[in-house]
Design a protein around this ligand. Sequence first.
Ligand code: DX5
Ligand code: ZN
Length: 252
Amino acid sequence: MLRLARLAASVPRLQAHPTNSRHSMAYSAKIGPSILSSDLSCLGSECVRMMESGADYLHLDVMDGHFVPNITFGHPMVECLRKTVGQDPFFDMHMMVSRPEQWVKPMAAAGASQYTFHLEATTNPGNLIKEIRESGMKVGLAIKPGTTVEELAPWANQVDMALVMTVEPGFGGQKFMDDMMPKVSWLRSQFPSLDIEVDGGVGPDTIHKCAEAGANMIVSGSAVIGSDDPRSVIALLRTAVAEAIQKRSLDR
Ligand code: DX5
Ligand code: ZN
């Protein structure tokens, strides 16, 4: 996957234009457990356990104690995790950090597959997107609950994925914010093939709202990690999203 991402990054990029979008392939349902709420002293084996339970990718939450009021880990941990899980698993790095520019190269070198930065954390998203691509990673763009989708829209055709936060970033186990769903619906209507991720409070009770709104990349922390049967939870989440995608394609 990493090699594919690098290869993709070497292909010339199309510029933003709705009818000339880089999202030419249809999107699919993907479930990415967030390992934030797992036993952090066993992160390697927890990642392996999630992949063995059917995860499509791993969502790794990086917090710097500045952009959000919490600290997790940085690129040295990612390098160790990459060694533990091998080359295949896709690492979506959720960078809840100020000055995201400074970690692009170290994260790429550590084996990150996608660099998902917050729009609120940078004054020059265009340059950051370029730097991430040049480092061989895919690009994710995240917005906090207080940021509008209109602010994200100008960049949507230049990124691989848009992340609509459904909690205030910083902690796992918070309550899902229903009122973020209009953002997802709007993005889906404007960018029919964009990968749209939701993150925060997503589990079996809230997945249907996300799926119907049009999200296709689903981050789930406590609902998956805290379950006795993560495989079933992951399968349930994926089925809900896949069914909504199919319904949308039939309605078209
Ligand atoms: C919150 C993180 C999330 C969090 C999700 O700031 O970005 O990825 O771990 O965990 P749950 O699903 O428990 O809300
Ligand atoms: Zn996250």
